[in-house]
Design a protein around this ligand. Structure first.
Ligand SMILES: *Cc1c(COP(=O)(O)O)cnc(C)c1O
Length: 350
């Protein structure tokens, strides 16, 4: 069986939109897309023309970066868009389901709700590790997508590679395993992207938003079997990637040492902050993290949030998440920003 047998039949059957940009081949004078023949004031990128739906230079750079074939990769507006496309392609409204492990990233459930797909929850263990057996036991025939987040947002733990392999093998022919690696550049254990060639029911989300410092450019990538990528290309918006965003991505990717230096600083600062925070009065626990943030438990998280806010520092209140009712998520900033957080927290009992 093909992984496409898991997808919505009407998506497989539909005639995709064919944009003018896709149909154009050759030619020098473009009178096919109702564009302006003049560039606008200040535009030196040629934004009067619609962009390439999947720009070759960016696809090449990302395929090289992530170690996959070009046809195993889809680029869109952040990995958020890929999550949405996966849910739309695989989950029939009112019939199918996704499976997630709270506390985790909120967009999986949001996209499922938009599509009217059910959300099956299997809570992470008390130490926020993933229970593979519990996940597999909860997979019903309705479950088409199993999302795991590694390192997990908002807790910071990674899912071991062996667990990923057990899951993807057990789910073969039943569901697609989606591994969200938004923070993997900060983790000691690397990506599982090298497994893409082995399993047609494995999909991996990567992004330039975090380690590559391009949250504002909205460039995210889905890695998956070429059949899955081809299916999602049928339903993606016609021109997801604005030219200035592609230019920003190519500029960043052409200087990988800059990103690497910043990742090294974040990883070092994460250790510094974790040790220092553990000594602060009112801190109950600093969860171990492999990402660019720390989840921290406080005696009074609400008061700490307000104290930081009064000093102009905004952290993420994650108290609404299961098992995190006393926690804040603090992003690792510059060394100076981190020192400010510490100074404020050390200024008095929380
Ligand atoms: C930030 C984040 C994303 C979103 O990434 P974009 O590429 O900016 O859409 C995806 N997954 C997780 C777990 C995140 O924390």
């Amino acid at each position: 069986m093909s992984v496409l047998d898991l997808a919505r039949p009407e998506i497989r059957a539909m005639q995709p939109y064919s944009s003018a940009r896709m149909e154009a081949s050759g030619g020098k004078v473009f009178l096919n897309a109702n564009e302006s023949p003049w560039a606008s004031n200040g535009d030196d990128l040629g934004c009067n023309r619609y962009p390439d739906p999947q720009p070759a230079a960016l696809i090449d750079a990302l395929a090289a970066l992530y170690g996959v074939q070009r046809e195993q990769l889809l680029v869109g507006r952040g990995s958020d868009e890929a999550i949405d496309l996966l849910v739309r392609a695989f989950c029939r409204a009112g019939e199918d389901a996704i499976l997630i492990q709270p506390p985790t990233f909120g967009m999986y459930a949001v996209c499922a709700h938009i599509q009217n797909a059910a959300v099956i929850e299997v809570a992470l263990a008390a130490d926020f590790t993933l229970d593979v057996d519990a996940v597999l036991a909860a997979v019903t025939p309705a479950v088409k997508l199993v999302f795991i987040c590694s390192p997990n947002n908002p807790t910071g733990q990674t899912v071991p590679r062996a667990a990923v392999e057990r899951l993807v093998q057990a789910l073969a022919g039943r569901a697609v395993l989606v591994v969200d690696e938004a923070y993997v550049e900060f983790a000691e254990a690397g990506s599982v992207a090298d497994l893409i060639g082995q399993y047609d029911n494995l999909a991996i989300l990567r992004t330039l938003s975090k380690a590559w410092a391009l949250a504002g450019a909205r460039v995210g990538t889905l890695l998956a079997h070429a059949d899955v990528i081809a299916l999602l290309r049928r339903i993606m918006p016609p021109y997801p990637l604005p030219l200035p965003c592609v230019a920003a991505a190519l500029a960043a990717l052409s200087a990988p040492s800059v990103a690497a230096e910043h990742i090294a600083v974040i990883d070092e600062q994460r250790g510094v902050m974790r040790a220092a925070l553990a000594q602060v009065a009112g801190v109950r626990e600093v969860l171990p993290s492999q990402a660019n943030f720390l989840a921290v438990r406080f005696d009074d998280a609400g008061a700490v949030y307000q104290r930081l806010l009064a000093a102009g520092i905004v952290v993420r209140d994650v108290r609404r998440y299961p098992n995190l009712a006393d926690a804040l998520r603090i992003t690792i900033g510059t060394p100076a920003e981190n020192a400010r957080v510490l100074a404020i927290l050390q200024g008095g009992a929380a």
